[in-house]
Design a protein around this ligand. Structure first.
Ligand SMILES: Cc1cc2nc3c(=O)[nH]c(=O)nc-3n(C[C@H](O)[C@H](O)[C@H](O)COP(=O)(O)OP(=O)(O)OC[C@H]3O[C@@H](n4cnc5c(N)ncnc54)[C@H](O)[C@@H]3O)c2cc1C
Length: 429
């Protein structure tokens, strides 16, 4: 297997111009830092609301961070399961929180449809699978939470499950609509083209090292702006020590197969495409993508919170073999490409979307674990920059100073890796 992001290869048809690095001092009305889903959507909202003078600075290329590495499961769900959110916040507040990924999903789908993006857009219902009887309760609890929130779903016993997903050994399934598959890197390229067409000035290969007052400093230039929207990832302590303590990452792996035959695809999805994930802690997920290929993703407890990129194919090979055991017809299929990525996340898996504590013209959308959360958060801070009075107030849930289960003192003693792992594992306790 080659360590290579297949999404880049499959997006070669989309032509985007080179946006050279910033090499002078400029000023503008609004500056966006970061060209992932959050930053691109922030910039789109600004120009679509009539802002004429928008600049976007990106350290690599647009989509060069998590957004262009993602499996592209766009679902109204969150990384944080609904049952946990209801337990932590109560039903009414859980509804407000769950509305965020729901609206984020809508923003992404509307953008694709409105602008005719070519990004392998596929309607794929979600199928959440129990891998053994002792895990059935997780599915039943999620079904209960969906019922409480008035969302549609279908519970599938083994017999019903086999009709739509004949994998061996699954004991219960939960199917729900409203989810879609996309090629995220292609989406970012299409967004970049759209923003350029709408007059946004984009500088790639341009890292912001620090912000002084209302000026963002880069290696060879600077941008002074009335409003600054920070949508970057992996924020370092040199950039902002306090915020950097609140964000860590979860490492995950993806692989894409060579094309499957129609018969092989039917052996997995006899009644239409689905995006599937299972009840393991380090859940394995898979879905069909462009060219009748299969995309498989997953992680492991040993690598998920590893401080750096861990490039070994071992984790994803394990995930692929698990799927092959469930579907013998694909046992000889090869997976030629694999890659890994670090998903930024906070301790409660809900992003930090807040004003800078000293300067209200600077806002942050950070630690967005999920494309839908990122799209919403970028859009939200842009709306708030334009018209704060008419923007919903979500500080209670997204604010930088909200309380987390494990305190800063705990984190100081046990370190980021353990604190974040335990915080995310809390839902299984
Ligand atoms: C392997 C993998 C699979 C995933 N699968 C899914 C999935 O199926 N569904 C889902 O919903 N989510 C998935 N995710 C998560 C999702 O991709 C992210 O949550 C989302 O893309 C975050 O978007 P963002 O804009 O906040 O961050 P990013 O996409 O990381 O964007 C931040 C950008 O800021 C830039 N930047 C950083 N520092 C600076 C600086 N100093 N100056 C200028 N620019 C800077 C970076 O280069 C980057 O492009 C996956 C992630 C990975 C890694």
């Amino acid at each position: 297997m080659l360590y290579e992001n297949w999404l880049h290869i499959s997006s070669l048809e989309i032509k985007t111009p080179y946006c050279p690095p910033l090499q002078k001092n400029i000023s503008c009305d609004c500056l966006v830092i970061g060209g992932g889903f959050a930053g691109l959507h922030a910039a789109l909202r600004l120009v679509e609301s009539g802002k004429k003078d928008v600049v976007l600075l990106e350290k690599r290329i647009c989509g060069g961070g998590s957004s262009g590495q993602s499996a592209g499961l766009v679902s109204p769900e969150s990384e944080e399961d609904m049952q946990t959110v209801i337990e932590d916040y109560g039903k009414e507040k859980a509804k407000i929180i769950y509305n965020i990924p729901f609206k984020g999903t809508q923003i992404i789908i509307d953008t694709i449809k409105k602008h005719g993006f070519k990004c392998d857009f596929r309607k794929q219902d979600t199928l959440f699978l129990s891998i053994k009887k002792s895990h059935n309760n997780t599915i039943l609890e999620e079904a209960k939470a969906k019922k409480e929130m008035g969302l549609s779903y279908e519970l599938l016993d083994e017999k019903k499950l086999r009709k739509i997903h004949p994998g061996k050994g699954y004991t219960l399934g939960l199917r729900y609509p409203g989810s879609y598959g996309i090629n995220c890197f292609a989406y970012c390229l299409e967004m970049k083209n759209l923003l350029l067409k709408k007059g946004v000035k984009i500088f790639e290969d341009t890292e912001v090292h620090r912000i002084e007052g209302n000026t963002a400093k880069t290696h060879l230039g600077s941008v002074t702006a009335k409003k600054i929207l920070v949508c970057m990832d992996k924020i370092r302590k040199e950039f902002d020590e306090e915020i950097s303590k609140k964000i860590y990452h979860i490492q995950t792996y993806l692989a894409v197969s060579e094309p499957l035959s129609e018969e092989q695809m039917k052996s997995m999805f006899p009644n239409g495409e689905l995006m599937c994930w299972d009840t393991r802690w380090d859940f394995i997920y898979y879905r069909p993508v462009e060219g009748n290929r299969l995309m498989v993703g997953g992680s492991s407890p040993w690598t998920a919170y590893y401080p750096r990129y861990y490039h070994s194919p071992k984790v994803i090979e394990y995930c692929i073999n698990e799927i092959k055991c469930k579907f013998p017809k694909i046992k000889d299929i090869r997976f030629n490409h694999y890659w890994s990525g670090l998903i930024d996340a906070t301790k409660d898996l809900i992003p930090i979307v807040d004003y800078d504590k000293k300067n209200k013209s600077i806002q942050y959308a950070l630690g967005c674990a999920g494309l839908n959360w990122a799209a919403y958060s970028g859009d939200y801070i842009a709306r708030r920059a334009i018209n704060p009075k008419e923007t919903e107030d979500l500080r209670e849930f997204l604010g930088m100073h909200r309380k987390f289960y494990f305190s800063e003192l705990f984190q100081k003693i046990f370190g980021k890796r353990i604190t974040f792992a335990l915080s995310h594992l809390k839902k299984f306790m």
